[in-house]
Design a protein around this ligand. Structure first.
Ligand code: FE2
Ligand code: FE2
Length: 136
């Protein structure tokens, strides 16, 4: 399987459940990338895209549950960003049914920036709050 996104220990936030979800998310991105690159498995693209969308929503819910429990000050801004990411994924799913080739490269760009920007910038903002609340 082609590897595009390399999971770095640097992405770890120090919370087991969340780190595992992020790492699994990266493996899904690689699965998607593999399917895009391998013409034979292009037909799986829609299935993987669905899986990714469902997984992303579940992951956002996990984070948002802790925002609520821990009364995280940056919750509103963060939830708003999750919402935009969700909309974008749904948008890709819709476009995918119309033009299967166009989506591939746009999607890779989007997912890469999602990974780098959201995980590395947004998610890191809640580390202090979650830690203070004893999450491990
Ligand atoms: Fe996250
Ligand atoms: Fe997040």
């Amino acid at each position: 399987m082609a590897t595009y996104f390399i999971w770095k220990d640097d992405y770890k936030l120090g919370f087991k459940e969340i780190d595992e979800q992020h790492e699994y998310f990266v493996s899904l991105l690689n699965k998607l990338y593999g399917a895009i690159m391998d013409f034979q498995s292009q037909k799986n693209l829609g299935i993987i895209l669905d899986e990714l969308a469902v997984y992303a929503v579940n992951h956002f819910e996990t984070e948002e549950k802790y925002f609520k429990d821990f009364k995280f000050a940056g919750a509103e801004e963060h939830i708003h960003e999750h919402l935009m990411l969700k909309e974008k994924v749904l948008d890709f799913k819709e476009k995918f049914t119309q033009d299967k080739t166009k989506i591939s490269f746009e999607l890779i760009d989007f997912l890469e920036s999602w990974l780098v920007d959201h995980l590395d910038n947004m998610d890191k903002k809640y580390i202090e709050c979650f830690r203070e609340n004893g999450l491990k």
